[in-house]
Ligand binder design. Structure first.
Ligand code: FAD
Length: 407
């Protein structure tokens, strides 16, 4: 399997140097029940969930735990999938769209509960999110979307332009306010989950790329350069289908996405900005989003672009981060006086419906997949953890089919 480039540049969660490995390289021959490839947020959530069930687990990470796209994440934990209820209803029908939204809502709650129960220190803070628009036509559509959500039993409150201004400092046309979302430090959460699994005797390996998987008896054998693991099942949590799973690659569109983190913002400038303790995202596609950090900076994200190689990538980085800054300065003129501390880019793996692929694939026996995180990877990580544990135990649930490859 090819080692992917998931993130470039220092991010707000990383110090100036790449953290040292905490876990050994895979050497020699090992046996386990479930082997997980990928030590990002998805692999970490799944490892925690299986180890909680008393299942023997091994996690194999090509680089360092959490240093793929997880370390690039702005870590808005949103219960809302990337696609509105309307868009998913048109694609799958009202009943299924409602189930997808409810599963996503439950997964976001599970994520928070897991982090709290395990007392993982990662600045987890509950935050309302505002899904806003600047445009009157879109505001009418957004109001209809909220009605649809209410009809489906989902919560949300309409903010008219003056309520939006009071909550966020934005002169917009309206917003849906959702309670029960959260923000956190994704790298600390990921490492914390892996450490919990390790304490329950999960075997964790870093600096170990799995380059081959073979069926052996009624299980699988995973090979790295220096070692091998026999398992009853392998979970592929590499973000998207790497070259090794070439037939699945067409299901994922890879996009670069960009983030700016400002310097710390003093009280006077915060008052001028007028953004309260909420997380914001807009109705544009690709969307823009912004949230406060615990040390009073803003993280501004969006401007997703197709992946470009070499020098074109660098040019694109400059253009995209410039446009990101322009967008947010139009929204918040006071930002013009606030310096940018760090800018980075990361890789998004988008699926056609914005939903992840979770579960088996008929071409790959004894494999389970948890791929396609889109902009909502943390919520989907919790969803994948629940579904894969249920499938392992043979527990059926109607929502498994919603996220299956053949949906
Ligand atoms: C800029 C940016 C902002 C984002 N913001 C948000 C947000 O606000 N909220 C949100 O929910 N999500 C967000 N995301 C999505 C985010 O990336 C996911 O939430 C989540 O962290 C993805 O976790 P993952 O484990 O699936 O992938 P990754 O963290 O990328 O982990 C995959 C791991 O697999 C490893 N791997 C790959 N191939 C192999 C191999 N052959 N052998 C061994 N290991 C291998 C990689 O090294 C990597 O560490 C954002 C993403 C980006 C890029």
């Amino acid at each position: 399997m090819q080692k992917p480039v998931l993130r470039r540049g220092r991010t707000i969660w990383l110090g100036r140097q790449t953290p040292a490995a905490r876990y050994p390289v895979l050497r020699g021959h090992h046996e386990t029940e479930v082997a997980i490839i990928g030590g990002g947020m998805t692999g970490a959530m799944i490892a925690e969930a299986f180890s909680r069930e008393g299942v023997r687990v091994a996690v194999v990470e090509a680089a360092r735990i959490g240093l793929g796209s997880t370390a690039a994440s702005t870590a808005l934990l949103l219960q809302e999938p990337d696609y509105d209820l309307k868009a998913l209803s048109e694609r799958y029908g009202k009943r299924i769209a409602k189930q997808i939204w409810i599963s996503s809502q439950d997964a976001a709650r599970d994520f928070v509960d897991t982090i709290r129960r395990l007392k993982i220190p990662c600045d987890l803070t509950k935050r309302d999110s505002l899904y806003y628009t600047l445009d009157d036509g879109s505001a009418r559509q957004l109001q209809r979307e909220l009605k649809r959500r209410h009809k489906a039993g989902l919560s949300g409150k309409w903010l008219d332009p003056s309520a939006l201004l009071r909550a966020s400092g934005i002169h917009g046309a309206g917003a849906i306010r959702t309670r029960g979302n959260a923000q956190l430090n994704p790298l600390q959460a990921c490492i914390g989950l892996i450490n919990v699994a390790a304490k329950r005797d999960a075997a964790i390996f870093e600096g170990s790329t799995i380059n081959r998987i073979r069926s052996v008896g009624d299980g699988v054998r995973l090979y790295s350069a220096n070692g091998a693991i026999d398992a009853k099942q392998v979970v592929i949590a590499t973000g998207y289908a790497t070259r090794y799973f070439r037939p699945l690659a067409g299901r994922f569109k890879l996009r670069h996405t960009y983030v700016l983190a400002t310097n710390r913002i003093n009280r006077h400038a915060r008052r001028q900005l007028g953004m309260g303790q909420v997380m914001l995202w807009d109705t544009e596609r690709p969307y823009h989003y912004v949230r406060w950090t615990s040390d009073r900076r803003l993280m501004l994200g969006g401007e997703d672009r197709p992946v470009k190689p070499g020098a074109r990538r660098r040019l694109q980085f400059a253009a995209a981060t410039g446009e990101l800054r322009d967008y947010f300065e139009r929204l918040y003129p006071a930002l013009a006086d606030v310096g940018i501390d760090i800018a980075w880019e990361g890789l998004f793996a988008m699926t056609p419906d914005g939903l992840p692929y979770i579960g088996p694939h008929r071409w790959y026996p004894r494999h389970a997949f948890a791929l396609g995180y889109g902009g909502n990877g943390m919520t989907f990580a919790a969803l994948a953890a629940r579904i894969l544990v249920e499938q392992w135990r043979g527990v059926a649930s109607p929502d498994h089919a919603l996220f299956a490859f053949n949906r």
